[in-house]
Design a protein around this ligand. Structure first.
Ligand code: TXD
Length: 318
């Protein structure tokens, strides 16, 4: 059986890491696309030469021509500019919206049957714009944010409780920004909810609140240290989503998905738990939220709606 095809639009920090992970896992042949000449081709050649060392036969190629993404099964979009210290994700909107238009048209013309995972910030607006520009079905275009945010949350919780990250299951909702909603009540250590662990004296509400806050600003913490956005965990997170699609794993993953009818929404991309399988986003998982989580989600929804208004102001075709 021919290998699947993974197209990566954007061959920068995350794109290169995505390519390495996809090749190592032999998810399929990898095509790196970028507008900068030489970068996708150079990274692809370098990555291909990992094959003999790491034992993968996946082909890795680079291109500046959208025709080379034809027939891609999965497309992961990181094209655009990342944050610099002092910038908010929303500051990227003006530049990255134009990039999404070009990317959406490239996908529409060459790989309309792909499952598209958007990473470019401001994520909740860019994934919506990419879906609009590409014209793909809503269930085949999704944003990566929640898997990264819950990975950050789980990392901090594992450290707090002195347990393996394998035994932490954390839950986040809402947009990929400071308004994201890490939900402690649905986060567990081997099935034991965090509030019960607090009652058992394994931690305190104050320490958990500090972890929730650190998670919400987790991206900014790395931008402050690194001078640019994180890229290893974002790449790993998107690969988990791609694997769930390619392997029809039906994992429940927090993702920026098109919600129409659930959570009181009538057509908005926002971070919610979804089932990802061979059909793309196969189900939006609706949970009952306590008043705090409900209020937090509403703040996130309002922030996303403001971004969409800004997008429509920049590009009236939206
Ligand atoms: O969780 C999340 N969703 C976030 C997303 C986590 C971390 C980073 N987040 C965002 O991903 C970040 O704010 C950026 O918007 C994207 C990509 O971050 P990355 O760190 O990979 O940025 P780079 O290294 O600058 O790579 C971007 C590449 C670069 O090679 C550009 O030449 C290319 O995008 N680029 C384009 N490619 C194709 N088409 C167009 N128009 C284009 N413009 C720039």
């Amino acid at each position: 059986m021919a290998r699947k095809k993974i197209a990566l639009i954007g061959a920068g920090n995350i794109g290169g890491t995505l390519a390495h992970l996809a090749a190592q896992k032999e998810l399929g042949d990898v095509v790196l696309f970028d507008i900068v000449e030489g970068v996708p081709q150079g990274k692809a050649l370098d990555l291909q030469q990992c094959g003999p060392v790491e034992g993968f036969d996946a082909k890795v190629t680079g291109t500046n021509d959208y025709k080379d993404i034809a027939g891609a099964d999965v497309i992961i979009v990181t094209a655009g500019v990342p944050r610099k210290p002092g910038m908010s994700r929303d500051d990227l909107l003006g530049i990255n919206l134009k990039v999404m238009k070009a990317v959406g048209e490239g996908i529409k013309a060459n790989a309309p049957d792909a499952f598209v995972i958007c990473i470019t910030n401001p994520l909740d607006a860019m994934v919506w714009a990419l879906r609009e520009f590409s014209g793909l079905p809503h269930n085949k275009v999704v944003g990566m944010a929640g898997v990264l945010d819950s990975a950050r949350f789980s990392t901090f919780l594992a450290e707090e409780f002195g347990v393996s990250v394998r035994d932490v299951s954390s839950f986040v909702l809402g947009g990929h920004g400071d308004t994201m909603v890490p939900v402690a009540e649905y986060s567990t250590i081997k099935g034991i909810p965090i509030p019960d662990l607090i009652k058992l004296g394994r931690s305190t509400q104050e320490r958990i609140d500090a972890i929730v806050k650190r998670t919400a600003v987790g991206g900014g913490e790395i931008v402050g240290l690194l001078g640019t956005s994180a890229f290893y965990a974002p790449a790993a997170s998107a690969i988990a989503m791609a694997e769930s699609y390619l392997g029809d794993q039906k994992r429940i993953l927090p993702s920026a998905a098109y919600v129409d009818g659930k959570y009181g929404l009538d057509g908005l991309y926002v971070g919610v738990p979804v089932v990802i399988g061979a059909g793309g986003v196969e189900e939006i998982v609706e949970i009952t939220l306590d008043d705090t989580a409900k209020a937090g989600l509403q703040v996130s929804i309002d922030a996303v709606k403001e971004l969409l208004v800004a997008c429509k102001g920049i590009d009236p075709s939206l």
